[in-house]
Design a protein. Sequence first.
Length: 117
Amino acid sequence: MRGILIDPTSKSITEIEYSGDYKQIYTLCDFRYFECAEIDEEHTLFIDEEASFKEDNDFFRIVGDPPRSFAGKGLILGLNYSGESVGSQLSVEDIEEKVKFFKVGEFLINETLGWED
């Protein structure tokens, strides 16, 4: 199934093939534990549960109402009516329009002062 991988370190957004095995999320995203953030009614973002405890993370923000910021890599998958992961209906271009990348210092200034790009 199709997923979208967001990598703030390389500032890249790429389409990936996800097997449906949750263990692959750990490999794709380089983390040990994940949590989910709903980005719309049909898509979930898998993020690093321990990211806020790590030093030197890079960040990304998904523009929306409200905008939300995340540390480390993220994986977007679709959701079906029963909450199971399915292929994303979003394209790389859809996500590129909604994502802003930040380094540690930029993130702290923007979050503290509430600045937007």
